[in-house]
Structure formats: C-alpha cells, structure tokens
Design a protein. Structure first.
Length: 239
C-alpha cells in the first residue's frame, strides 16, 4: 500500500527541535498534521506550549497555517509505569552505570514512531517527521540515524505501507538548528520558538533567557543555550 508523500505527520512535542521540524515540514508538504505524547513527563508544560505555538503559526504565517490540519495527543503513560527516569520521576539528573543520562526513557522514541506510524496510515500520511539529532544531543540511542533507519524499515514491513521517516536535524548542531529556523521563517519564527516552545527538563517557565524559558542548568537548557550563544557569535562574526 502506497501512502502519498504530499502530506506529513510531525512528532511535535512543544520543544525547540520539533517546532523547527514543523516549520520545515510546512515548507515542503501540502498538508501537515501534528502528534504529541503525554507520557507523564516532568516537563509536561511542553504540552501546554503546543496549542499556543500552533495558534501562533496560524496567525503569523497564514500560508503555513492553511496547511495545518489536525493535532493529536496520545496517552503514552505506559512509559512511566515501566520504571523511573529523571524525565518521568522526581529524581536527580545523573549518569547511569551504562554511561547514559538518567533522562533517557528506554523505548520512548521507538514507541512514539510506532504510534505515529499507526496514525499515519489511518490519516493518509506517507512521511513522519521527527526532531531527533545525533550531533548536539545527550547520547540517547533512539535518537541515532541507524536506529531510525531500522525503525523506518520496521514500520514499512509491519504496516505494509510506504512510510518514510525524515529527521531534518539529525546532523545539525544546536547553533545550526537556530539558523535553520531563521532560514525557514526569519526573525518571526526564531522569536516564536524562543517564546512559545519548551525544552527544560525541570519544567521551569519562570525565568526568560534570550534563548527562551528554562532553569538554565539541566542538560536540555545547556544544549539550547550553548547553541544560541554559538549562533549569535557566528552572526556577529559574519561579514
């Protein structure tokens, strides 16, 4: 069974990376839907950011807004039931014995893409878009290109559908991700991402930095802030 490639389903968490990927998809596909997952994450405030960002896209980028179709929130709380991580439980962020940060939620992206693929075949989408990256990231194995290539083939076989997984940020660092947002939607999109998306693992929305809201010290904030600083430095040094 062949799915049309003129439409895409974007895994949109409410964070910087997935928001940038949503803009990327809106420049390439005629119809775009979004899917988000409630898995009991500590930073559930990101779910509250999603509708605000989508509404702002419709208002500030009307041509993109015309392409936006449905938004879907899926209950993936089974991930929290399976065991504690620093993303789902009130525990200190540390490294595990395996050398991974305990913010890694085993199986999270594998489950997300399985659920997104199941929705995509029902909604007529041939492309799944995710903000996974193996350049500036915390080392999660389910964010690597090899993992998602295998996942893509599994979905093709298991769903008997021509499903493609696109990860526009896979080989970009965070500075390049900010630049991509600038290239896609100019200052308006950069400002929107800074104001209306959420990345901080601790769910901190009280402190506004140039790069957005967050505690400023968790791994997610450090990646986002460092990328912003490198991007700004690069712009300042450009001829």
């Amino acid at each position: 069974m062949t799915q049309p490639l003129s439409s895409a389903l974007v895994l949109f968490s409410g964070g910087q990376d997935s928001a940038t990927c949503l803009a990327w998809a809106l420049t390439r596909f005629d119809r775009v839907e979004t899917i988000g997952f409630d898995y009991g994450q500590r930073h559930a405030v990101e779910l509250a950011c999603r509708p605000k960002f989508l509404n702002a896209i419709r208002q500030n980028f009307p041509a993109w807004g015309e392409k936006l179709d449905g938004d879907h929130i899926i209950d993936a709380s089974v991930l929290k039931v399976l065991g504690a991580t620093a993303m789902t439980h009130e525990v200190e962020i540390t490294l595990t014995a395996a050398g991974l940060p305990n913010t890694f939620v085993p199986g999270r992206n594998l489950l997300f893409f399985t659920l997104a693929g199941a929705l995509a075949v029902r909604r007529g989408h041939g492309v799944l878009v995710g903000g996974m990256c193996e350049t500036d990231y915390s080392g999660y194995p389910d964010c690597r290109a090899a993992t998602l290539k295998a996942q893509e083939e599994t979905l093709r076989l298991g769903l008997d559908a021509d499903i493609r997984i696109e990860t526009p940020l896979m080989y970009l660092d965070k500075a390049a991700t900010w630049q991509l947002a600038q290239d896609l939607g100019g200052d308006a999109l950069v400002d929107l991402i800074a104001e209306e998306t959420h990345t901080c693992y601790l769910g901190e929305r009280g402190m506004r930095h140039a790069w957005g809201y967050g505690c400023g010290t968790c791994p997610a904030c450090e990646l986002r802030a460092n990328g912003w600083q490198r991007w700004q430095a690069g712009k300042a040094g450009a001829p």
